[in-house]
Design a protein around this ligand. Sequence first.
Ligand code: NI
Ligand code: MN
Length: 226
Amino acid sequence: MRFTFYGHACFSVVINGKKLLFDPFITGNELASSIDIATIEADYIFLSHGHSDHVADAEAIAKATGATIVAAYEVATWFATKGVEKYHPMNTGGQWSFDFGKVKCVNAIHSSTLPDGTGGGNPMGFVISSTEGNFYYSGDTALTLDMQLIPSFASIGFAILPIGGNFTMDAADAIRAAKMAGAIKVIGVHYDTFGYIKIDKQATIDLFQKEGLYLYLPSIGETIII
Ligand code: NI
Ligand code: MN
């Protein structure tokens, strides 16, 4: 699968010709100043929760591309009030078959207030299954034993996990999460953007390697095949 990193916890994955964009936060991210959101294509925009470092550019990209926002009911309908026409509300535990594959919403232990203070419902992770492969994006979350359920939903080719700590799992917890989810390959996100979440990249890669896991840290704007 083609994976492109746009900084912080924003990335896109192309599956069966459809472009899935996750957690767009680009224009407010100094580290992602090389990315012009007008160049981003999307058929779907997945939002793990309502925090601005995950949804800041969702309205603009949804309106520019006509993409469908997929998120918790409270987040999806909040975007509808902003004039986003296509949205698909879901909630934790729910599953839906889209034209690219299947999406199951899984538990994330976090909070989910929208930028104007509106409640965003439950934060969520997503397990995406398709004829081209399966992956797990945990969203912002603590390590939780619920991750043990993921291999019973899908055999995961790779997982996208936060590794920056303070607000989410750090690398040590992400290693435990990857093992529970059954993922050998991990793409690390949610690090270095703010002071609280700065990491030593090489030391983190080494930590994963010691546990028999591969940690990928693509540069902002970089596309990898995984
Ligand atoms: Ni958050
Ligand atoms: Mn966040």
